[in-house]
Design a protein. Structure first.
Length: 486
């Protein structure tokens, strides 16, 4: 349902309802009549709250039944998040209490349950936030990575919006000079105006090119990075998956094809969340369900941010120099003869090699790091036998861990300070290509009417970029990602 034309007081729980907590917040916005506060607090007929002052109270139904006790604060519009009158109730965090409280306000005072993002939509409508800030807020609320949080915070604080406004201001200068040439060509010096235009073109091209460069690359790798474990059946993927998680999440069996579909969990590395996926093992099989799992495994691996190939060195593998993986983890390294097998395999592959060694029981469980991995296996380390000291032994610094290689690749993707909103990336790409078309036309003609027509394409896209115009379906799509109560 569209958020347009939905007036009246709205109410929602603004804190999570997934589990019990010490505190929970119920937010009400759009109230013109504050008398409902007197009814539920029993503070007397003459009570009117002061703005931004905290009041402790018991909250009761008309029948006298206690709903809860806590603190409420009144924020008088327009000096509030939505620009409307807001009351926030700080209650105990049991979801039953919070939902019962909302139900009573809906039933007794005809408030309406808020839709996802409706509070932020009202803030946008009342000019408390611009569209870029709203998108930054969406990113903050849904971020799975440190990059997402940082990008959302910058959007919320208008850092990127200033760059967008600067580009749009330059466009308006271009448009103004073209209009002068069209309407007053006999009264102004054309050569001087064209010189000014070319100077503005250079500045505009420099700014839009920088923004365009920040739209390159796979956005999913930044916002929802996936680490895939890929390899043959019984290579040890599920065992390694459990080891990285520190729990027996995946079923481990000597039977080939045990994992027929992908299994995923999230792991935290250096403050960012990565989705770790154990994929179905690869083999030739006529079993239909298993083949579907294998095809899905291939697709997951192709789209993954970080690809880990898990190899049992005792398997007969055909490997070529173009082997496309970010890291290779060898299992079964404690079995006699593993060193010769490893030397044979690694001589055919370029890449980062790790040895998952030691017992797979509780003593081998923990975060990705030296305690679970023998560290990168360099060619010189494979020139002789791999002894116990290497397989289980001394501390290896974080720069040598698989954890480090994963995060180092992730961090390298953020060096260009990528733009994190898909809508922005698409519109910036449109502006960049439209401006190059305009420049090509400018190089061929000085007909200002033709140039102005090309420039108009830029104007519509720039207005959309900064939110001067926003199709309703775009707004609905943005706010549908918001949690209820924000």
């Amino acid at each position: 349902m569209s958020l347009q034309n939905q007036p009246g007081p709205i109410v929602a729980v603004s804190t999570g309802l997934g589990e019990k907590s010490a505190l929970g917040i119920v937010r009400v916005s759009g109230i013109e009549d504050l008398s409902f506060l007197r009814a539920i607090t029993k503070k007397g007929d003459g009570f009117l709250p002061e703005a931004r002052k905290a009041y402790f109270s018991k909250f009761s139904k008309e029948s006298g039944e206690i709903l809860d006790e806590g603190i409420f604060i009144y924020f008088k519009g327009p000096e509030s998040f939505t620009g409307e009158n807001i009351v926030e109730f700080n209650l105990h965090g049991n979801p039953l209490i919070l939902n019962n409280f909302c139900d009573y306000l809906v039933e007794k005072f005809s408030f309406r349950r808020a839709q996802p993002g409706e509070f932020s939509y009202r803030a946008l409508k009342n000019n408390k936030l611009n569209l870029t800030q709203v998108e930054g807020l969406d990113l903050i609320l849904n971020a799975n990575s440190g990059f997402g949080l940082k990008a959302g915070t910058e959007l919320l604080n208008n850092k990127l919006f200033k760059s967008y406004n600067e580009v749009r201001s330059l466009f308006l200068e271009i448009k103004m000079h073209l209009e002068i040439l069209i309407d007053f060509s006999d009264d102004v010096g054309e050569d001087e105006i064209f010189q000014k235009l070319e100077f503005i073109h250079t500045k505009f091209h420099g700014l839009i090119s920088k923004l365009y460069q920040r739209t390159q690359g796979n956005l999913n790798h930044l916002l929802s990075p996936v680490i895939s474990l890929y390899g043959a059946t019984n290579a040890g993927k599920s065992t390694f998956f459990n080891k990285l998680l520190g729990e027996d999440r995946a079923i481990v069996s000597s039977v080939h094809g045990t994992t027929r579909d992908s299994i995923s969990e999230y792991v935290q590395l250096f403050g960012s969340s990565f989705k770790l996926i154990d994929t179905a093992g690869l083999r030739d099989t006529s079993e239909e369900v298993e083949n579907l799992g294998i095809e899905r495994s291939k697709k997951i691996n192709e789209e993954s941010f970080f690809k880990i190939f898990v190899i049992n060195p005792f398997d007969n593998l055909t490997i070529n120099k173009d082997f496309n993986f970010d890291a290779i983890v060898f299992t079964h390294g404690d079995i006699p003869g593993a060193d010769k097998k490893l030397k044979s395999i690694t001589s055919k592959i370029n890449g980062n090699f790790f040895l998952s060694s030691g017992p797979m029981g509780a003593e081998g469980i923990g975060p990705i790091g030296a305690s679970n991995l023998g560290g990168p296996i360099e060619p010189q380390l494979l020139s002789g036998p791999i002894g116990a000291a290497f397989k289980y032994g001394g501390p290896i610094g974080p720069e040598n861990s698989l954890e480090y290689f994963i995060f180092n690749k992730y961090q390298s993707l953020t060096l260009s300070n990528p733009i994190a909103i898909s809508r922005h990336r698409d519109v910036i790409s449109d502006i960049y290509h439209a401006f190059n078309e305009y420049l090509a036309t400018y190089g061929e003609t000085r007909d200002c009417a033709i140039l102005s027509s090309f420039a108009n394409r830029l104007g519509a896209s720039l207005d959309e970029l900064i939110g001067v115009i926003s199709p309703q379906d775009v707004l609905d799509s943005i706010f549908s990602n918001f949690c209820i109560g924000k």
